[in-house]
Design a protein around this ligand. Structure first.
Ligand code: NDP
Length: 308
């Protein structure tokens, strides 16, 4: 059976940054890309807030750059999905794509989180053409335009408030007759004149043409319908961390995010480190994920050195 010194699971900014650092430290990392090679950034359009790209960068192009940088230092990047892992003893036993078995001395988990979508066919059709799950990433493209944010939690309120600073009008589409968000967030929303909260509405359809989103058809809980004219449709109905593999093996919080110790990347199992959105329900930025990938690589390097 193949024995890997440092196994990295996931290919977003956290995984690739961990790969760059661990390969430069001669840990011969093997990285499995997972279901969505390149991670969430490959579904966004342009990234303007990652330091070092003054003109902005396409999400796919940035991930291709990170991949090349990891390859340059010798990371063994493989297509494949880790289908099971046994963290009960070291070296850890890993199965890839349900068939290939390997063992790993240390593991860096960077499997990320996935934004929740409503699941409408029209929403999928306009993804990247007006439908987005990240106001911080894409809001700038809707300056002085009208947009909608779906959701009534803290994220929705935060995104609506952010968008209100850029956009002409922001609809919040909330399925309940109240907001779930904290009082302070709610107050900010209600104090922002260009945010209009539409309570008890669900989205039936995202409307659009060849240029992208043009509106949304909403249904009230009393059965009545209304159509809003918008250019951007933002989902803020939560994320789910990709931690199914680790349930019952690592300490997870109530939402399923991996719990790490203090400012480190150390999980509840020695030799297993977590980086990026899989352990971060709050910041969820490419740059914070990249930073935590670096932390995980350094923690992993120290761990492996101490084993000698
Ligand atoms: P939440 O789970 O708190 O809220 C999700 C929202 O989306 C709810 O209003 C929910 O409605 C709604 N929703 C879920 N599914 C659907 C659907 N299918 N159709 C329509 N609406 C839907 O997620 P958040 O991302 O807002 O927050 C996650 C965690 O992060 C929370 O603990 C939050 O407090 C925290 N957070 C804190 C921040 C801060 O302190 N600055 C900023 C952002 C997040 P319903 O209420 O009906 O279930």
């Amino acid at each position: 059976m193949e024995n890997v010194k440092c196994l990295i699971i996931g290919s977003g900014p956290a995984g690739y940054t961990a790969a760059i650092y661990t390969s430069r430290a001669n840990l011969s990392p093997v990285l499995y890309e997972g279901i969505e090679p390149g991670g969430q950034l490959t579904t966004t359009t342009e990234i303007e807030n990652f330091p070092g790209y003054p003109e902005g960068v396409d999400g796919n192009a940035m991930m291709a750059d990170l991949r090349r940088q990891a390859e340059r230092f010798g990371t063994d990047i493989r297509t494949g999905v880790v289908s099971s892992i046994d963290l009960s003893a070291r070296p850890f036993k890993v199965v890839v794509d349900g068939e290939k078995e390997l063992s790993a001395e240390a593991v860096i988990i960077a499997t990320g989180a996935s934004a929740r979508y409503l699941g409408l066919p029209s929403e999928a059709k306009y993804r990247g053409m007006g439908v987005s799950a990240c106001a911080t990433c894409d809001g700038f493209f809707y300056r002085k335009k009208d947009v909608a944010v779906v959701g009534g939690g803290d994220t929705a309120c935060e995104e609506a408030t952010y968008l209100a600073s850029l956009c002409r009008h922001v609809y919040m589409v909330v399925r309940k007759p109240f907001l779930r968000a904290s009082k302070a967030m709610q107050e900010r929303v209600f104090a922002t004149p260009n945010i209009e909260v539409l309570f008890e509405y669900n989205t039936a359809e995202v409307l659009g043409d060849e240029d992208g989103v043009t509106g949304a058809r909403l249904v009230h809980s009393d059965g009545s319908e209304r159509t809003i004219a918008i250019d951007g449709f933002f989902l803020a109905i939560g994320h789910h961390p990709n931690t199914e593999l680790f349930k019952g093996q690592l300490d997870l919080d109530a939402e399923g995010y991996i719990i790490t110790q203090g400012a480190t990347s150390k999980t509840s199992v020695e030799g297993v480190f977590a980086a990026g959105d899989v352990k971060d329900p709050h910041y969820r930025q490419a740059i914070t994920a990249a930073g935590s990938g670096c932390v995980a690589a350094l923690d992993c390097e120290r761990f492996l050195l101490a084993q000698k």
